[in-house]
Design a protein around this ligand. Structure first.
Ligand SMILES: O=P(O)(O)OC[C@H]1O[C@](O)(CO)[C@@H](O)[C@@H]1O
Ligand SMILES: [Fe+2]
Length: 187
């Protein structure tokens, strides 16, 4: 094309990776996820340096009205009978929402409102997920390959992990060879 224009970064659908290597990368390992999986003995049996998920982000401006774009790559696996998942969070600025887009692999997006009501959406290549404000979110890999999902969220949103210190209201496990969601009784 011979008109003045620039080439933005893209996503390679087969690998679920950004095409441009200009981003920030963060790896979350098993040892970082203390208290996240309910079977503590099974969690302790996994080497602390085992990677569970990796987030790559594009460099973008920060501030009111600006957006972050990132891809989370969540490994397949389980801690005991519970599938690998991200830590999960509310946004510090609760009113700020987010969009997830499934790129590779299969799993579930766990959503939970401030009243503690949880629900699950199936995530797979091409699925689009609107996470409203005031809604905590966590990715769960129920498949046998890496689950990759692109996320777009306001740079001012921030993360609030403390509000979920007691975990989400649903856990996703494999039982009798089937994927099952179990309600958690808190308190
Ligand atoms: O902050 P957590 O729960 O580890 O999850 C990381 C993912 O969440 C995000 O905040 C997007 O919601 C990104 O940083 C990344 O995709
Ligand atoms: Fe988020």
């Amino acid at each position: 094309m011979n008109i003045p224009s620039s080439m933005p970064p893209g996503v390679a659908f087969l690998s679920g990776q950004f095409t441009a290597e200009n981003g920030i990368k963060k790896i979350t390992r098993c040892g970082d996820l203390s208290g996240v999986f309910y079977d503590r003995a099974a969690w302790q049996a996994i080497p602390v340096d085992t990677p569970v998920y990796r987030v790559e982000m594009l460099r973008s401006p920060q501030g009111e009205g600006e957006l972050f774009v990132g891809i989370t790559h969540l490994q397949p696996g389980r801690v005991g009978d519970e599938f690998y998942m991200t830590r999960g969070h509310f946004h510090q600025r609760r009113e700020q929402g987010e969009v997830y887009f499934g790129l590779r692999g299969t799993g579930l997006l766990l959503l939970q409102n401030e009243q503690g009501v949880a629900r699950l959406e199936q995530i797979s290549p091409g699925s689009v997920h609107i996470i409203p404000g005031f809604t905590a979110h966590r990715l769960i890999n129920t498949g046998s390959e890496v689950l990759s999902a692109l996320a777009v969220w306001p740079s001012v949103a921030g993360h609030d992990y403390a509000a979920l210190a007691h975990g989400f209201a649903l856990r996703v496990i494999e039982q009798d060879g089937k994927i099952q969601a179990k309600e958690v009784q808190h308190g």
